[in-house]
Design a protein around this ligand. Structure first.
Ligand code: E4P
Length: 218
């Protein structure tokens, strides 16, 4: 399973990259706004900085909701860097645009996926990735991880090439469960990635090793 970071923060991207485990980045308009990035040229310049930081794919989301607008935006976004993937919402016009991008060699990430039916449609349209939003499904008292499992089963049975990019990850447990459920990639905030490091027995064990070493070497 590959690891993407879900952020527009250059500092967070650098920190994850330094760990040596970073395979890509996803952003969305809310994450860009959180970093205070606004205006078309500033947004594009920020995407360029992100693309220069990572070798892997960087999802850049369109704002348009009509076919012509989505296609026009996507064409501009892919000019920024070769590792840009156009992030397109799961709407009727979005599916049409994903088909157009796929037919024209432009890679896409179909976002805002909340059901297996949506995942099937996106795969049929030729999406490179789909992003099921685990945390937001959980927020509605449904099971986000079960959705990943269901989509993975369907994609395996049907032989779809589209990759499952588990998104809206809220904690480290979601990462482990995504791996167990057949996600190809997880995109997570830095806190969830760093949370994987934590175990109290590791801390206790290390403290004991260091104390014993100090005792016998002083
Ligand atoms: C990633 O592609 C999504 O935009 C993101 O994971 C959404 O996460 P949230 O539900 O925590 O906002």
């Amino acid at each position: 399973m590959r690891f993407f970071i879900d952020t527009a923060s250059l500092d967070h991207i650098k920190e994850a990259r330094e760990l040596g485990i970073l395979d890509g980045v996803t952003t969305n308009p809310s994450l860009m706004a959180k970093e205070g990035i606004s205006g078309d040229s500033n947004i594009k310049a920020h995407y360029k900085k992100i693309c220069d930081l990572v070798d892997g794919d960087v999802s850049a989301e369109v704002i348009s909701t009509d076919f012509e607008g989505i296609v026009a935006e996507g064409k501009e976004l892919v000019k920024i860097a070769p590792n840009i993937v156009v992030k397109v919402p799961m709407i009727k016009e979005g599916i049409r645009a994903i088909r157009w991008f796929s037919d024209n060699g432009i890679r896409t990430n179909c976002t805002l996926v909340f059901s297996a039916g949506q995942a099937i449609l996106a795969a049929k349209a030729g999406a490179t990735y789909i992003s099921p939003f685990i945390g937001r499904v959980d927020d509605t008292n449904w099971d986000g991880i079960q959705l990943i499992h269901q989509i993975a089963e369907i994609y395996a049975i049907q032989g779809y090439d589209t990759e499952i990019l588990a998104a809206s990850i809220r904690n480290s447990r979601h990462i482990v469960q995504s791996a167990q459920s057949g996600a190809d990639i997880v995109t997570c905030p830095l806190s969830a990635i760093l949370g994987l490091l934590k175990h109290p027995l590791t801390d206790i064990g290390l403290a004991k090793f260091l104390a014993d070493h100090k005792k016998s070497n002083s």
